[in-house]
Design a binder for this molecule. Structure first.
Ligand code: 1HE
Length: 258
């Protein structure tokens, strides 16, 4: 592969953005490789982690390639990002991102497409599209805006300012802030844990929650009942419920207070 690395850690696929000399800027070929990797990972893993090699997670769209595009090529390019990122957000697996350095433009759009984001303290987040004379095209107006809220995203885009990891956590962009250099290990640990969940529960979590969030309250509660019943009546759920009831080791919820 030219732009990505792929390793496995148990049931977890670890996908690395690997174009550090261009700060992992995403070109058309890069996006196609990511699409192929998603197919491969879905066939083999139970959860996945994405991270960046080099000093930054991702500097976003490859501006050198973009500058040469016609308007219609730009539309197709944007729609392709949407398709590929949607395969992560609404695919078979839970995806975790380990973020460090720049998480900028399309890099933030990619990070917004996964389910859990772990940032180390070096991470900074920005949407400099306004400065570049363009607009977000990789799904940020939908996904990132829902994470942080339209008002904060408008501020980021109008001012071009960067925010640090703690602010990103406060704004709902990052789920965890960890020490420098530990985001990947943390993300893998979390993903390994998610990989031990029932696959059908993980599927319901990543597919049902964002859809129910878009529904009216009554519709959401109605759909929830069906998904709850469907997951609970699987043989795997029965085995897991019995494991708890027969007090099998490791089946209790951990108490963070010790
Ligand atoms: C790039 C890109 C890129 C770096 N496309 N080549 N994204 C941006 O507007 C962010 C632009 N990048 C930066 O602000 C900085 O590069 C960073 C803060 C991310 C990193 O700084 P630094 O000092 O570590 O690296 P650098 O020296 O700026 O860049 C190293 C090389 O990467 C350099 O190329 P070189 O041949 O001169 O060595 C840079 O040109 C190259 N590089 N970022 C192409 N983005 C679907 S729509 C999404 C819309 C967007 O993503 S807009 C935001 C685009």
């Amino acid at each position: 592969m030219d732009y990505l690395t792929l390793e496995y850690n148990g049931d977890v696929a670890v996908v690395g953005l690997n174009r550090p000399q261009k700060r992992n800027a995403i070109s058309d070929a890069f996006i196609e490789e990511l699409n192929d990797v998603i197919t491969e990972v879905e066939a083999r893993a139970k959860a996945a982690v994405i991270h960046g090699h080099g000093p930054h997670f991702c500097a976003g769209l490859d501006l050198a390639e973009h500058v040469k595009k016609t308007p219609f090529e730009g539309v197709h390019g944007s729609r392709r990002w949407h398709e590929v990122f949607a395969r992560m957000q609404h695919g078979k697996l839970p995806w975790f991102a380990a973020l460090h350095g720049a998480v900028v433009g399309g890099g933030l759009e990619l990070a917004s497409s996964v389910h859990v984001r772990v940032a180390d303290r070096s991470a900074f987040f920005a949407l400099p599209e306004g400065q570049r004379g363009i607009f977000v095209g990789g799904g940020a107006s939908v996904r990132s805006a829902r994470l942080m809220g339209v008002s904060r995203m408008t501020d980021l885009m109008l001012t071009g300012r960067s925010i640090d990891a703690d602010t990103a956590e406060r704004w709902g962009i990052a789920n965890y802030v960890v020490d420098n250099g530990t985001a990947l290990d943390t993300a893998i640990k979390l993903a390994r844990h998610a990989a031990t969940n029932a696959e059908i529960s993980n599927y319901a979590i990543i597919h049902a929650l964002p859809r129910i969030a878009e529904m009216g309250r009554e519709d959401g509660l109605f759909v929830e009942s069906f998904i709850a019943s469907f997951t609970a009546t699987s043989p795997e759920a029965e085995a897991r419920l019995n494991a708890f009831l027969s007090k099998k080791a490791g089946s209790k919820v951990t108490n963070p207070n010790g």
